[in-house]
Design a protein around this ligand. Structure first.
Ligand code: FAD
Length: 418
């Protein structure tokens, strides 16, 4: 392949992370940037999510999802990368620091060669099958993404009475979409004893939209032959069972990173986040391949995915300009109830990283949580967080950690709640 046919930076995925990576990467003069997106349009998830709450941290404005996608697309078009839509990336093979990117599109199977690849393939909500929900298999069961595609993109109202499973931020996004579509919300079901979104949000939504949140409840049956007719729930404290009449069930949240491409390309996966393994430069375990956005961990907000995209795009430029230096990775281990921290390591000698970068999640609610990081028994950082809730972003200011001089990859940093 001639030098002319080699892309400097190839970006997989045209959501907030991929588009922001492209904008950052295009700042380098004479750099050939290609975005490949499997759908027929750029924009990713926000295209279908027609309510406000998008873009505050990256674009400093509160957009609706479609307006946010449109703004990012216009910024990308101004910065001038090549765009291939309808193009799915199947796998990446690497030889001599060049990456052969296998694609399929209406043009057939093609291989593009690139010096840097940035993976921004997002994540997906879990289905009723992956949540092992028992019962019949009638029509009328959707996740939030599918619901929003019906309502906002196709103008179809897919039901009349809905139950929502889950109480994450995205579950309240489902509330807004159902209301817009004129669908009555009969109940929100949450197996935990608390809602996973912010308490004021949960309280206000229940009041505004007039629906109950059934805490400590789980779904034990789905009824209906051709269409959902009711669901059976069990109160896990009293074991009392109730039947709720509805024709729609929204299975919301519980996100899984979209790592099919990374697995097909033999890239390392972080077992804790189930996302692509990365370091603080957002480089994967293979030189010249970066990853950003929700492919790293369950759903963050779009603006955080976009900021990660900018960071990955900027680091890709530094890589092309040979400004990245070899560093040792020091692993950060997490003790339950901390589920994970991402990135799961720091680099030494330490490099300046942006404040938003490190985030952790817990797997159960913890009150009065004092989180500490220890290295070789010494406390190198401590913070009182108050109450921590699962499925919420918990920023970790790793920049403030007092990393011992001379730390090496043989050392381990341990994160725990005291
Ligand atoms: C229903 C819902 C509501 C939400 N509401 C909000 C909100 O109000 N505010 C907010 O800030 N965040 C919200 N979020 C979170 C937000 O959607 C994500 O943070 C953001 O979209 C992540 O950006 P991303 O680029 O990582 O992934 P995505 O937006 O998912 O984009 C990934 C892109 O990669 C493409 N792709 C995947 N695999 C391939 C492949 N192999 N080849 C080529 N292309 C590929 C996909 O088609 C997609 O376009 C919501 C999420 C959901 C599901």
């Amino acid at each position: 392949m001639s030098e002319q046919n080699i892309w400097d930076i190839l970006i997989v995925g045209g959501g907030p992370a991929g588009l922001s990576a492209a904008i950052a990467a295009s700042e380098r003069q004479n750099t050939k940037v290609l975005i490949c997106e499997r759908e027929e349009v750029l924009g990713g998830i926000p295209r279908h999510s027609d309510h406000t709450g998008w873009g505050t941290r990256d674009l400093r404005w509160n957009y609706s999802g479609p307006a946010y996608a449109k703004k990012l697309i216009s910024l990308v078009q101004k910065s001038g990368p090549t765009i291939h839509i309808g193009t799915t990336i199947l796998k990446i093979e690497t030889k001599d620091d060049l990456h052969d990117v296998h694609t399929v599109s209406p043009q057939g199977i093609q291989i593009f060669r690139a010096r840097v690849v940035i993976i921004a393939t997002g994540c997906r909500e879990s289905t009723r099958h992956s949540r092992l929900l028992p019962g019949k298999r009638p029509l009328g069961i959707f996740n939030t993404g599918a619901l929003q595609q019906f309502v906002h993109s196709k103008g179809i109202s897919p039901g009349t009475r809905a139950v929502i499973l889950g109480s994450e931020h995205v579950s309240f996004s489902a509330v807004m979409t159902l209301k817009k579509a004129g669908i009555k919300i009969v109940a929100m079901i949450e197996p935990d004893a608390y809602t996973h979104s912010f308490s004021p949000v949960s309280w206000l939504f229940q009041k505004w939209y007039n629906f109950p949140v059934l805490l400590n409840n789980r779904i034990v049956g789905i009824n209906g032959d051709s269409r959902v007719s009711s669901i059976k729930v069990e109160d896990m404290l009293t074991h009392q069972k109730n039947e709720i009449q509805c024709d729609t069930l929204i299975v919301s949240g519980d996100f899984t990173p979209e790592v099919t491409l990374a697995i097909n390309s033999n890239l390392a996966i972080d077992p804790a986040t189930k996302g692509v393994f990365i370091d603080s430069m957002l480089q994967t375990d293979r030189k010249g391949i970066y990853a950003c956005g929700n492919v790293l961990h369950g759903a963050e907000t779009g603006d955080i995915a976009a900021l990660e995209g900018r960071w990955a795009g900027g680091n890709a430029i530094r890589y092309l300009d040979h400004q990245m230096f070899e560093a040792q990775k020091i692993r950060i281990s997490c003790e339950s109830p901390i589920a994970w921290i991402s990135p799961g390591n720091i680099l030494s000698p330490s490099q300046t990283v942006p404040a938003f970068l490190y985030t952790m999640h817990v797997n159960q609610r913890v009150r009065n949580a004092v989180v500490s990081a220890r290295c070789n028994g010494e406390i190198i950082w401590k913070k009182n967080y108050g109450t921590l809730t699962p499925n919420r972003r918990i920023p970790v200011p790793v920049r403030n950690w007092k990393i011992p001089a001379g730390i090496s990859s043989r050392d381990l940093i341990h994160l725990s709640i005291e």
